[in-house]
Design a protein around this ligand. Structure first.
Ligand SMILES: CSCCC(=O)C(=O)COP(=O)(O)O
Ligand SMILES: [Mg+2]
Length: 255
């Protein structure tokens, strides 16, 4: 069964399923002062060596020591740079906050009913966020609306898919899902991410929540403010094959 030709929905977190300000005002400030202590506590473990190697690779500075790695991680946190090593560290720090009950994930109330509706229609729901897959799972498991993890089929992040503004990341997800690109819809609050998904042959819907301080439509994409009553087929189907640059993933799974 499909939802107007859509068989998979892929959801962004910050600004789409959850509040931008909750991530920026609660989660990020919780992690920032704990970064140095987190890295120090790993000293002597394989995780410490792996983390330093990941920071060296990301910065292109092979001689970076622990202090240098911490400075890089803190710099990324201060500029909200979507760097995978930072996302791994933030996820680990947040996990402690969830365990202690001082953090929760914010999920808009229209999201769980939509997930249930889509599931009943045979549409699978996945998350693609710059937050690590572990952090995404924690966010939905410890949401302010309860444990929603059972409503999601899978998680994609910077590690297993790639940067969110690169079409190849969406092609990698298409291959992993084994669903035609044109039967997949991506919902996000960031035009550059939606552009990349569209370039990979996906349908797109922009999301601008009423409490989002940015408060404008997303250029080039149909924009919604809630998932309530959302018909996924409202996302325009992409141009027919031949009208766009060849998409190997699409051709691999014809509808
Ligand atoms: C619970 S994941 C935290 C979100 C995050 O770290 C982030 O950078 C937001 O990115 P998104 O791709 O969800 O907009
Ligand atoms: Mg977002």
């Amino acid at each position: 069964m499909t939802h107007g030709g859509v068989t998979a929905v892929v959801l962004d977190i910050e600004g789409t399923t959850g509040s931008l300000t909750h991530v920026q005002d609660v989660l990020f400030p919780y992690a920032r002062p704990r970064i140095a202590g987190w890295v120090a506590a790993l000293r002597g473990s394989p995780e410490h060596a792996e983390l330093l190697d990941a920071v060296r690779a990301e910065t292109g500075e092979p001689a970076l020591d622990e202090a240098g790695a911490v400075a890089a991680l803190e710099g990324w946190a201060d500029t909200d740079t979507k760097a995978a090593p930072l996302k791994a560290v933030q996820g680990g720090i947040w996990a402690g906050g969830y365990r202690e009950g001082v953090l929760h994930g914010h999920v808009y109330p229209d999201v769980p009913p939509a997930l249930r509706r889509w599931r009943a229609a045979g549409v699978t729901a996945h998350v693609y966020s710059s937050g690590s897959a572990a952090a995404q799972r924690d966010w939905f498991r410890h949401s302010d609306l309860g444990d929603l993890s059972g409503l999601l089929h899978g998680h994609f992040d910077l590690e297993n898919a790639g940067p969110k503004r690169e079409p190849d990341s969406y092609r990698a997800i298409t291959a992993a899902l084994a669903v035609p690109a044109r039967a997949t819809v991506f919902l996000s609050d960031v035009a550059g991410e939606l552009d990349a998904a569209a370039a990979a042959g996906w349908r797109t819907l922009g999301v601008r929540r009423p409490d989002d301080p940015r408060g404008a439509d997303i250029e080039g994409h149909r924009t919604i403010s809630t998932f309530e009553g959302l018909d996924l087929s409202a996302s325009p189907a992409p141009a027919a094959a031949g009208d766009r640059t060849a998409d190997p993933a699409t051709e691999a799974f014809p509808a």
